[in-house]
Design a protein around this ligand. Structure first.
Ligand code: ZN
Length: 256
């Protein structure tokens, strides 16, 4: 974090401007004290947090947390719950309408790792239904895709869905460029790999958002600062640019 301090000789009051960061994806309801996590994050400059649901319980808890300033929720039925919680899909529209702080449908998608219990066909069907709900309501979707990028893209294209955020993007540079060209966003988590480095290099800052997936991957939402620093280093730009652009992108994507 950089601080700018006015020169004392100018006899102006000392001031500092702080960088503003935004965590595009975490699971605040999984923390013991989500409110404290939010306050601590805000102290560090992470002033906007999108907390993601994925099953009935998580959707309700995150919807409630979204009443806190700076917190926004997305609700949906994730691949893990596509068989056990598929009735929840029917309630999403009503849930979204219950709060203006619920700003998207997620995390939803296809995951080959959980395909054993929830067949891929069922996952795809539950996913497509939710994409249609998002599209009808003019909302963005937060995607969970593991080993299924082509299938996920197939559904988005078929449904003519615009405004998707690829949570924990797992694809390669070429796929990232194609996805960005369609107006979607690539979300970068706090996990550096050679493949991800190439993705960051290949895609413009206009199409990148940053996330922590905390507490599952990152420790807290403040880990977005590290992600911004990593991107700044790889792209050879200032961390203030990365913070400003990624925060702006999240506001643009979720209309907040
Ligand atoms: Zn997640």
């Amino acid at each position: 974090m950089e601080q700018y301090t006015a020169s004392v000789e100018m006899k102006k009051p000392v001031f500092s401007t702080r960088l503003e960061f935004a965590d595009a994806h975490c699971h605040l309801n999984l923390f013991n004290d989500a409110k404290k996590v939010m306050m601590d994050s805000r102290d560090m400059g992470v002033s906007t947090i999108i907390t993601a649901g994925g099953c009935r319980k998580d959707n309700r808890e995150n919807a409630e947390l979204a009443s806190i300033d700076g917190i926004f929720a997305v609700v949906g039925v994730s691949p893990d719950f596509s068989s056990s919680d598929s009735a929840e899909v029917e309630t999403l529209e009503k849930l979204v309408k219950s709060s203006r702080k619920i700003v998207g449908i997620g995390e939803i998608g296809i995951d080959v790792k959980v395909a054993k219990g929830n067949g891929l066909e069922l996952q795809e069907e539950v996913f497509a239904r939710q994409v249609r709900i998002a599209k009808d309501m003019g909302l963005p979707v937060v995607l969970h895709s593991r080993g299924a990028l082509d299938k996920v893209m197939g559904v988005l294209d078929r449904e003519c869905m615009r405004g998707a955020m690829f949570h924990f993007f797992e694809g390669d540079a070429k796929q990232a460029v194609d996805i960005a060209a369609k107006g979607h966003f690539i979300s970068i988590p706090p996990a550096e790999t050679g493949k991800r480095k190439k993705v960051i290099k290949a895609v413009g800052l206009d199409s990148i958002v940053v996330e922590t997936d905390s507490p599952i991957v990152g420790k807290t939402p403040t880990d977005v600062i590290k992600v911004c620093e990593m991107i700044a280093l790889i792209k050879g730009v200032g961390v203030e640019d990365v913070a400003a652009r990624t925060t702006e992108n999240i506001r643009r994507l979720f209309f907040i």
